[in-house]
Design a binder for this molecule. Structure first.
Ligand code: GDP
Ligand code: ZN
Length: 359
């Protein structure tokens, strides 16, 4: 509390002149008001309220693009150089602990003095990508991801619906919208590509074919990615790296730069990085994430992707049925009637077995 009698007296004089009914006890009102506006009330000490500096507009906003220990590299909103920032005890964060700040987090920071700057706040996350291992605390790999692009290839390696289904279900369990991109369209004919994509379109999953080699379909892919934060995943060799480089020729280079800056050599490439696309949107990328499955599939998510089989299974009269062809089971009967496709049933049963047996 400031003790500046001179100042106080001046404001008192002004007030009493207009409102003579005010007693001397209210004389503090003027200066007190002023303190609130400047964020200097006692309440500013409560951590949940904005600090004086935030009220004064010194705090900048941005997004974590890379992490090393508790040191976060932040790309400020509206552009400008990236800022290295640190978590402090005073940082407001919704998830204190090992995953307090991750790539993709929206943050506030005070760019004052020499870096590392202070993170004032980690904002609540809309979504999280997690790596779960049995018996361990989940590791959050990235935050605020909108789209999981599951990349497959039409050939070399051959299209594997089972694997695609597995990735789709994982994305759903992980709470991230999935999309399917079948690459290497140059190695297949149009009818085959159509057959690969059609079942997913019917399920409401965005599905398109592209060729990183010829550039076919790339504009539609950009449209899918624009304005969102995505991750790419899928089997090795399907062309994820080639696609990313084609989407942004500087991506490989820039990613390399960041790794280089860390000066730690090869093993730092396991750290995830957020890279902005030149056409809007961003990708959270690491070689590790590219083959990563978002979450363990669940029966619930499996049924969501195989509604026609799930509804046949719901008709089954056996309580504890595997729906794998036993006499009297409703699922083979649906197959017989043509309500269920054989390949899809195969995929469903394989995944179901995996889920029930725990992988
Ligand atoms: P990743 O493991 O999924 O990242 O796959 P890569 O990007 O390393 O690509 C694997 C191989 O597929 C490389 O030899 C690429 O040149 C090739 N490839 C990538 N995209 C295409 C494509 O659209 N058509 C053809 N024919 N080959 C491709
Ligand atoms: Zn059954």
């Amino acid at each position: 509390m400031s003790k500046k009698p001179g100042k106080r007296k001046r404001s008192q004089v002004g007030r009493t002149a207009k409102r003579p009914d005010r007693g001397a006890g209210h004389g503090d009102e003027g200066p007190f008001r002023e303190k609130i506006l400047r964020g200097r009330s006692n309440e500013a000490a409560v951590p949940d309220l904005p600090s004086q500096r935030e009220l004064e507009g010194d705090v900048r906003r941005g997004r974590v693009v890379q992490l090393r220990g508790r040191e976060a590299t932040v790309a400020p909103d509206g552009g400008g150089p990236e800022a290295v920032c640190m978590l402090r005890k005073s940082t407001r964060m919704p998830h204190p602990g090992a995953n307090a700040v991750v790539v993709g987090d929206r943050v506030g920071f005070l760019a004052e003095g020499d870096p590392p700057f202070v993170l004032t706040e980690v904002e609540e996350r809309r979504t999280t990508l997690q790596r779960t291992r049995q018996g361990r605390e989940a590791q959050v790999i990235a935050a605020n991801v909108d789209l999981c692009v599951i990349v497959a290839s039409a050939a070399e390696p051959s299209f594997k619906p089972r694997l695609v289904d597995r990735f789709l279900i994982s994305a759903r369990v992980g709470g991230v919208e999935p999309a399917l991109v079948v690459n290497k369209a140059d190695l297949a004919d149009a009818a085959d590509l159509q057959a690969m994509l059609a079942p997913y379109g019917r399920l409401g999953v965005p599905a398109l074919s592209v060729s990183a080699e010829t550039g076919a379909g790339m504009e539609a892919l950009r449209e899918l990615l624009r304005g969102k934060t995505s991750v790419f995943s899928g089997q090795s060799g399907v062309g994820k790296s080639t696609l990313l480089n084609r989407l942004d020729p500087e991506l490989a280079l820039r990613t390399g730069e960041v790794y280089g800056r860390q000066g730690k050599g090869r093993h730092t490439t396991t750290a995830s990085t957020l890279v902005a696309f030149p056409f809007g949107g961003a990708v959270i990328d690491t070689p590790g994430i590219r083959s990563f499955q978002l979450a363990e599939p669940t029966l619930e998510a499996l049924d969501a992707f195989f509604p026609e089989i799930a509804s046949a299974a719901a008709e089954c009269r056996f309580a504890d049925c595997r729906h794998a062809g036993d006499a009297g089971c409703a699922v083979p009967e649906a197959l017989e009637r043509g309500d269920v496709n054989e390949d899809r049933l195969d995929s469903y049963l394989t995944l179901r077995r995996e889920i029930v047996q725990g992988g």
